[in-house]
Design a protein around this ligand. Sequence first.
Ligand SMILES: C[S@@+](CC[C@H](N)C(=O)[O-])C[C@H]1O[C@@H](n2cnc3c(N)ncnc32)[C@H](O)[C@@H]1O
Length: 201
Amino acid sequence: MSRLKNKLKLLLFKISPHLALALGVEFPLKSANRSFLENEIFAFLNAFLKQRPDSARCLFLGTDKRSWHYPKLLTAQFYTMDIEPKKAIYGHRGHHTVGSAAALTQHYEPHSFDVIIANGLIGFGMNQQPDCDALLAGSHALLKKDGLLVLGYNDGVEFVNFKVREVANYKLFEEFVPNHLALTSSQYEFGDHMFVFLKPV
Ligand SMILES: C[S@@+](CC[C@H](N)C(=O)[O-])C[C@H]1O[C@@H](n2cnc3c(N)ncnc32)[C@H](O)[C@@H]1O
């Protein structure tokens, strides 16, 4: 039954992604780190965004079927970017850019975002140290001074040959503890996937 439901959802998405969106079709991924992102982290971000002006802006880097419904989950003007043109279908309509997260300043104004979420890029495409440095430099340039970056990454040896915390531009940020409900640490590890909360210095 659930396989049939999934096939119908995919068919509807293929015919009209926008009708599927209007009908509330989602493709959630059931994993511990995904659930943590969508529940604990997004609840914290929404509390943070609530204190910002109505025009608060969030940039979500890397798009996929599983993240297609995220504009509904965060209370902000939601922007998306992915390097792969074929992933644009999962981006936020009218607010999606096809481009590299290693060249953010080519696409967005400085200090124009309250929140940047870069989950699953380092270890899944941005796999060289210069990519990581460029992602951090670009995020720093785009964030408002009191904005924040949620970085979700895999830097085990099977993914990359550097450690995220050791790249030069990591120093552009400091780790912080959200202190929101269950979030009492600046970092959370789920097997080989790490989330860290960063603010610009
Ligand atoms: C594992 S998926 C993560 C997607 C999404 N961020 C999420 O949390 O579900 C990785 C995505 O990052 C994209 N990607 C890889 N390198 C990139 C780059 N340099 N700039 C932008 N997107 C990139 C890939 O095309 C892919 O869609």
